[in-house]
Design a protein around this ligand. Structure first.
Ligand code: GLA
Length: 730
């Protein structure tokens, strides 16, 4: 049984308010979230959030404390709480107050692992109702929360705030890890201590969740979130548009966390009987640092969220870095043969294959016209699919169907389909505009882009779906006077299309891309098997970027390609970094000499042999590039019979002390064979333990001398348990 040393308790603070009915307990194997209704005012409060309580009597006791701390689960506006509310509504009579009291709750067991709790709250003065949903995933220790808002006033009410959820914490100090960045510098992690007042993480990008900040965070209590120690809460919101996390430390030193769609420019007119559904806020809490919390999220995502989360992934060769827009049939057919030579599963044709009146010869024209450029590819896509298949690989294709270039036939035919201001100069981001996905006709058109390609090419194996521009010139010709609905309805329109594509093509693997990694949220990933982490494929940068994403997302969803970025780094280093995630190549083999090519072929073969371990094992971050001149990670199979260690030397100092890398997650009592793989042909391993047998205990306590003092070098080490090898440990 697990014993937790720490708990976050929130007790009611208004004297004399007692809970009368049984507490609402939302639990996983290791977490308890306990809510309680006050018998004095009938409102719902958070009594506890922390490690699971072992004694039922303690649950009752904590929920019935007579001192009340202000921790209302879904506070409206106008009551005695002077902090940020979860809900703000302008009623028909202009009144801005809403106070919600408990009505009823229901617990539904979905299966042995999943339980859904719904709690109905209502305002006694206005016919306004909110239902809170909590879905708990026991084994994965993940909780998903969201809310639904509806009313029966005569006319629409205006929603000004509409949180997915609100949580409270009490600790000596709060330490927030945020993930910021931009194009080519995604997911940079930094930690700060929260002080009194508010810290807000939010975006206003419209068509994507991320760019300057990513929809993920980590909280450490009493200390900065550590990889293998301390309490860590990891949270994310499943919304492919503007999001907002508000962290507010109040006068009593409690931390309040509100997760929401960003209400910026988004007052929502909610009609009577219409339901406003908020996105899911997803969180996990670990008592053993962020490493365990990440593995919780990885397990959950593979089992419940990611498209084909349990399935295989295709290795591929992409042409973007090798050719840009400059290609023809011959060049592509050459690359397809190279894909086969490399041993990957698929050839992926990127941007530049469409447009006739305005051919897509660069990023200034053609976007929106999804007919193949006849001059460039006279025999069309069906011919390319056949050529790929003849070469022995599958065929995938790039699209960016939610956008148009002003220089396109689509723009000439439907000038009112793009989001664009009627009365100001137009601002273009990458020479393009975002289509108005709040318009059902536009949704049909976007679905049609995929559907038409699939109808013509039923064996087409993969889509890379890009979204290179945030929403600019914010005005929807479709919504007219209801402009404040645009940000929300746009994202809902995007989901409508994603749902239709998935319903019709449930098996189709798809990569989510957004000018690098700006679309990486968990709602979009329901419809995508993977996402593009960054256009920055410099392996040094990628170690940091992949380290960042891996905090929240399973590596099988993280597309990582070997390219020519940072050619000073060897092809081995570039490949070893990409192999940590979902491997692909985006390079012409002509750039490689014989030995380098042989190395890549070997690496692809190893990857295919070991991919189920990489995709579905437990991921351990062993040595942080943020704290060392090196980095190391390992994948360990669920049954602990196999591990794969990646050790990277980034920029070691002269005569630096090199410590062994200690593995984690192995079986201490088993013997493992240690073997360095991915060796460049003609070279041999310098690893002292290479070819030897070590106990799991040795590997975890003493470790492997897997680091070196040479810049941008790497070692990949396969660790295999010997059958029947249990040893007795005292
Ligand atoms: C974006 C993507 C790239 C590539 C280009 C094509 O920048 O991130 O991988 O597909 O678009 O225009």
């Amino acid at each position: 049984m697990r014993v937790f040393l720490f708990f976050i308790s929130v007790l009611f603070a208004v004297p004399g308010v007692m809970a009368e009915q049984s507490p609402i307990r939302i639990s996983t194997d290791d977490i308890d979230l306990i809510l309680s209704v006050s018998s004095t005012n009938g409102r719902l409060y958070q009594a506890y959030l922390g490690p699971r309580l072992l004694n039922d009597a303690d649950v009752a006791s904590i929920a019935s404390q007579s001192s009340l701390l202000k921790a209302e689960v879904y506070p409206g506006s106008g009551a005695e709480d002077y902090y940020e509310p979860a809900l703000a509504v302008a009623h028909n009579d202009g009144n801005l107050t809403s106070i919600l009291t408990y009505v009823s709750s229901e617990t539904r067991k979905i299966d042995d692992n999943v339980v859904e709790t719904s709690i109905r709250l209502a305002d006694k003065v206005y016919p306004l109702e909110v239902t809170l949903y909590y879905t708990s995933f026991a084994r994965e220790n993940v909780i998903k929360t969201r809310s639904e808002i509806r009313h029966r006033e005569k006319k629409p009410v205006t929603l000004r705030r509409y949180a997915s959820s609100m949580l409270y914490f009490e600790s000596a100090s709060y330490h927030l890890a945020e993930f910021s960045g931009d194009w080519a510098k995604e997911m940079r992690r930094s930690v700060q201590e929260l002080q009194f007042g508010k810290k807000i993480l939010e975006t206003k990008l419209g068509s994507r969740s991320a760019m300057h900040v990513y929809p993920f965070f980590e909280l450490g209590f009493g200390e900065a979130p550590g990889e293998n120690r301390g309490q860590a809460l990891l949270g994310t919101i499943a919304w492919t548009g503007n999001f907002q996390f508000t962290f507010e430390v109040d006068d009593a030193g409690k931390l309040r966390l509100i997760s929401s769609i960003n209400p910026y420019a988004s007052e929502y007119e909610l009609k009577p009987d219409e339901t406003f559904s908020t996105p899911d806020f997803i969180f996990t809490l670990s008592n053993a640092g962020t490493g365990q919390a990440s593995r919780n999220l990885h397990d959950w995502a593979r089992a419940y969220q990611l498209k084909d989360g349990q399935g295989d992934r295709l290795t591929l060769l992409n042409n973007w870095e090798a050719t840009g827009f400059r290609f023809d049939e011959n060049i592509l057919e050459g690359l397809m043969k190279e894909a086969a030579q490399l041993g990957v599963d698929m050839f992926l044709l990127d941007d530049g294959w469409f447009g006739n009146k305005y051919p897509r010869a660069n990023d200034r024209a053609g976007l929106g016209d999804w007919d193949v450029t006849r001059e460039k590819l006279p025999h069309g896509i069906p011919h390319l699919v056949k050529s790929a298949e003849a070469a022995g690989v599958k065929f995938g294709i790039w699209i960016e169907p939610e956008m148009l270039n002003p220089k396109s036939e689509l723009n000439e035919q439907h000038p009112d389909w793009a989001i664009r201001l009627p009365n100001r100069e137009t601002y273009y981001f990458r020479n393009q505009l975002v289509l108005d996905m709040s318009n059902p006709k536009v949704q049909d058109y976007v679905f049609g882009v995929v559907d038409k390609i699939m109808q013509e090419n039923p064996t087409l194996a993969y889509f890379k779906w890009d979204c290179n521009s945030p929403i600019t010139n914010i005005y929807s010709p479709y919504l007219k006077e209801k402009q404040t609905q645009l940000y929300i309805n746009h994202v809902r329109g995007v989901y409508n299309v994603f749902q239709r594509v998935k319903a019709k093509y449930p098996e189709l693997p798809m990569m989510l891309c957004s000018g690098g990694g700006a679309r990486c949220d968990y709602e979009a990933l329901k419809y995508f098997t993977e996402f593009w982490c960054s256009d920055n494929t410099d392996p040094v940068e990628r170690i940091y970027i992949q380290w960042g994403y891996s905090q929240f997302l399973p590596v099988k969803s993280m597309a990582a390609h070997v390219t020519s970025w940072n050619k000073q780094a060897s092809i081995k280093f570039r490949t070893d970094v990409a192999m940590m995630c979902k491997l692909g190549f985006d390079i012409s083999l002509k750039e490689l000499d014989e030995k380098e090519l042989a190395y890549c072929q070997l690496a692809v073969a190893s990857y295919k042999r070991l991919k189920s371990l990489i995709f579905d094992g437990d991921f351990y971050r062993l040595l942080s590039p943020y704290e060392n001149n090196h980095a190391a990670v390992a994948h360990v199979s669920k049954d602990k019979s196999k591990a794969l260690l990646f050790a990277y030397d980034i920029h070691p100092r002269y005569a630096e002390k090199l410590l062994p890398v200690k593995l984690q997650g192995l079986d201490a009592s088993r013997m493992y064979k240690v073997e360095e793989i991915n060796l460049v042909p003609g070279t041999h391993s310098h690893l002292r333990e290479n070819g030897k047998t070590c106990s799991g205990d040795y590997l975890m306590k003493i470790g492997l001398n897997a680091l070196s003092s040479s810049q941008t070098t790497s070692r990949v080490i396969e660790i295999t348990a010997l059958p029947e090898s249990a040893i007795s440990l005292k």
